[in-house]
Design a protein around this ligand. Structure first.
Ligand code: LLP
Length: 432
């Protein structure tokens, strides 16, 4: 059976998370229900922070990529654990402001920030703008001038490293909607352009090579390419870029097939490469940021559903329908993502039934997992889908006017609601 650190089975044969009985949680808060384990989240934050202390003289900071799960409680935890924040929209900025997050530790990403978002970010005192394109650079310079500030900026660079699979390639990344290409000279010209601009101050270069990556090598390669570029900028333009942001993408375990690398190993290997390159070039080692999202919250979260109808189609398959689906977890419908599904009510039984777990939406593709092994799922049982902490709630919708589920955080065996369940009233709130 798949069990990560926060999961266990109690004497009733029920799945537990952070010491709480999931069947009891389902009874108390209703289903579908997102449940997060606070200790797991904090431990991962600490592993990243400590990896900078251990391997890079503390000369860096992880930023929590809040697109994985943006809510006030996560912002508060990230702050308490000494992380900064990566945001990609006015809404994520607003969430951070509402949580009292120190905004100077916020990096604002996105390939099409609107003028309103830029103004809102400036008013909210966001620390850094990760500029994606020349249109944005000019717009930001103009708005910063109007607002009477100098904006600290980073440039999003396409380093030519594509690591969306277990293998990685070093070319062919020009076709991406994000950032400036290195090999065409686009990135260099963009940096050159900042010399003429009065209201922006270039402090950092940024790259992000993909998500759910299990290799360390592509991160090391990307870091080396970025240092080469920092050295070129210094030599040819005399501009000193003191900070380097290497993005996120560290892989997590969804099923037993996944083998994540211990998180501190990334900084261990990257530090060696960065220090070596910098000493070759005779330049100062940069302050380094990384931007983990999925790995901070992914494995810490599960989703609980109640089983309803069951449909056996002879010689084809058996559908087991639950009371949620693509509205709370669109990742199978969108990416055919693997998940582990457990019968939380019968967690000590062998998962011998091969079933397709379907959602309740009016959509044939509304599936959570196909042909997966679950222990004797019957109406009324509570099913748990594991590793749903990242990119589930944050990608949820109200399709079919289904309210978004509540989210509960467990800590020291105690659950607290951190996001309330949407009501029918919430659904019509903006209808006129
Ligand atoms: N930094 C940047 C600039 C990013 O674009 C991303 C993710 C991250 C950091 C965080 O990456 P992570 O550590 O979470 O892998 N919806 C997809 C994932 C999209 C990731 C987009 N960017 C999914 O559900 O798998």
């Amino acid at each position: 059976m798949f069990v990560n650190d926060c999961l266990n089975i109690n004497e009733k044969g029920h799945l537990t998370i952070g010491g709480c009985d999931t069947v009891e949680l389902a009874k108390e808060y209703g289903t579908p229900l997102y449940v997060l384990d606070e200790t797991t989240i904090r431990n991962t934050c600490r592993a990243y922070v400590n990896s900078f202390k251990k391997f890079y003289n503390g000369n860096g900071m992880p930023l929590y990529a809040s697109k994985a799960l943006s809510c006030k409680e996560l912002c508060r935890i990230a702050n308490e654990e000494n992380l900064g924040l990566d945001v990609v929209s006015g809404g994520e900025i607003y969430t951070a402001v509402q949580a009292g997050f120190p905004m100077e530790k916020v990096h604002f990403h996105g390939n099409n920030k609107t003028a309103d978002e830029i103004r809102f970010a400036i008013k909210s005192k966001v620390g850094k703008f990760v500029v994606d394109n020349l249109y944005e650079l000019e717009l930001l310079d103009e708005i910063a001038g109007e607002e009477g500030i100098t904006a600290n900026i980073s440039f999003r660079i396409k380093p030519g490293v594509d690591a969306h699979t277990h293998n990685f390639i070093r070319t062919g990344q020009i076709d991406s909607k994000f950032g400036f290409a290195l090999e065409t000279g686009e990135a260099f010209n963009a940096v050159k352009k900042t010399i003429k601009l009065k209201n922006v101050n270039i402090k950092e270069l940024h790259c992000h090579i993909g998500s759910q990556i299990f290799d360390i090598e592509p991160f090391v390669t990307a870091a080396e390419i970025m240092i080469d570029f920092i050295a070129k900028i210094k030599n040819e333009l005399g501009i000193n870029i003191p900070e380097l942001n290497l993005g996120g993408g560290f892989g997590i375990m969804y099923t037993e097939k996944d083998e994540p690398v211990p998180y501190e190993n990334y900084m261990e290997k990257v530090s060696v490469a960065v220090k070596e390159k910098c000493s070759q070039y005779g330049i100062d080692v940069p302050f380094i940021y990384i931007e983990p999202g999925r790995s901070i919250v992914g494995e810490a979260g599960i989703t609980l559903y109640t089983v309803g109808s069951k449909k056996e189609i002879p010689n084809i398959r058996t559908y087991v329908s639950v009371d949620g689906g693509m509205t709370d977890n669109i990742r199978y419908a969108l990416y055919q993502s693997d998940y582990t599904v457990l019968n939380a009510s019968k967690a000590n039984q062998e998962p011998n039934d091969i079933v397709t777990v379907a959602g309740k939406c009016c959509e044939s593709g509304d599936l959570i997992q196909e042909n997966t092994k679950v222990a004797d799922p019957q109406a009324g049982d509570i099913l748990a889908v594991l590793s749903t902490g990242a990119y589930n709630y944050s990608m949820a919708s109200n399709y079919n006017r289904i309210p978004r589920p509540a989210m509960v955080m467990v800590k020291d065996g105690q659950p607290i609601v951190i996001i309330k369940r949407e009501s029918y009233e919430d659904l019509v709130r903006n209808d006129v």
